[in-house]
Design a protein around this ligand. Structure first.
Ligand code: NDP
Length: 294
């Protein structure tokens, strides 16, 4: 019986973080520049607080200075914008990240518009997304999760050009930019979403699948073309009485089934997840180098 190659995001992410660490240490020695990332957290969502903590830890580990602002849940939009504007003019801050989702009373578009595009390390500013979508234009930053997906394909030597790719999900932060990136890499791209009829017929044509849905084990073995490469972005908790936490995390893709049919699959956890943070660090380093013309 065949078994797909496991795409080891954890070890690739570590390799990337090591590369970033040595580049930052060389920069420090040569020109005394230390990259800086500002993270703005609004409200007290536990998951958001955990993500912010992990990002800060990852910054420390590679030598990026991190700055954190915590605003209460009942802050006004203009208070959030004000703290963004402060970081926009702070020369020791090269990247600014607003942890999403924002509290419901805030307009996400207004807030993200305030981030200077030179410091938009999440790549969510409409100008950066617009450039990503246009031929002949270059975004200053590409969103971290989809960038991590493409980086995994590159580092595993998966050819994208001329291939059929299917992205499942069309969110602003993962699905949509993932589809744009695949298209820029000369794949022929289809997008499957919640209104798509017969999604399995479409995914069966794919040489490459990026799934970002948020439905545990939705993509079955029968949805896959033999030899396809599967990048599973989904992180879904499912009940597991054997785990001390009472749950475990699975992807959108039924991993055991995919392993029998695909050529390569990312595991959950340990696939795309660690790549997202590695790409954030990479974008912050790019921002610092650009700010100092390095
Ligand atoms: P969203 O909920 O914003 O988007 C989900 C997308 O999936 C939507 O476009 C939706 O379609 C589509 N969808 C929902 N149900 C179905 C279905 N039954 N069939 C086909 N399409 C469907 O989620 P995100 O993009 O933010 O995240 C997706 C997953 O990725 C989540 O599990 C999340 O936890 C994970 N994630 C992982 C990250 C990582 O670092 N590894 C980073 C970010 C997210 P429609 O547009 O029609 O509603």
């Amino acid at each position: 019986e065949t078994h797909a190659n496991v795409i080891d995001g954890k070890s690739i992410a570590k390799q990337i973080r090591d590369e970033i660490t040595s580049e930052i240490s060389r920069m420090k020695d040569a020109v005394s520049v230390v990259p800086g990332l500002a993270v703005i957290l609004v409200g007290d969502r536990k998951d958001s607080a955990t993500y912010v903590r992990n990002k800060k830890k990852a910054c420390d580990a590679v030598g990026i200075n991190s700055f954190e602002v915590n605003l209460p849940d009942d802050s006004t939009e203009s208070e959030v914008v004000k703290s963004i504007l402060n970081f926009n003019k702070d020369p020791s801050v090269h990247g600014i990240l607003v942890q999403l989702p924002l509290p419901r009373h805030m307009n996400e578009e207004n807030v993200l518009n305030a981030v200077s595009i030179e410091k938009d390390v999440d790549g969510f500013h409409p100008l950066n997304i617009g450039r990503l979508a246009m031929r002949g234009r270059e975004p200053l930053f590409v969103p971290c999760t989809p960038k991590g997906c493409i980086e995994l394909l590159h580092r595993y030597g998966v050819e994208i050009k001329g291939k059929r790719a299917v992205v499942i999900g069309r969110s602003n932060i993962v699905g949509m930019p993932a589809a744009l990136l695949l298209q820029r890499e000369d794949a022929t791209v289809s997008i499957v979403h919640s209104r798509t009829k017969n999604p399995d017929e479409i995914t069966r044509q794919a040489d490459i699948i990026i799934s970002a849905v948020g439905q545990p084990n939705m993509v079955r073995g029968s949805w896959l073309k033999p030899g396809a490469v599967i990048i599973d972005v989904g992180i879904n908790p499912v009940e597991d009485t054997k785990s001390p936490r009472g749950y475990r995390l699975v992807g959108d893709v039924c991993y055991e089934e995919a392993c029998k049919i695909a050529a390569a699959v990312t595991p959950v956890p340990g696939g795309v997840g660690p790549m997202t943070i590695a790409m954030l660090l990479s974008n912050t380093l790019i921002a610092a180098k650009r700010a100092h013309s390095l």
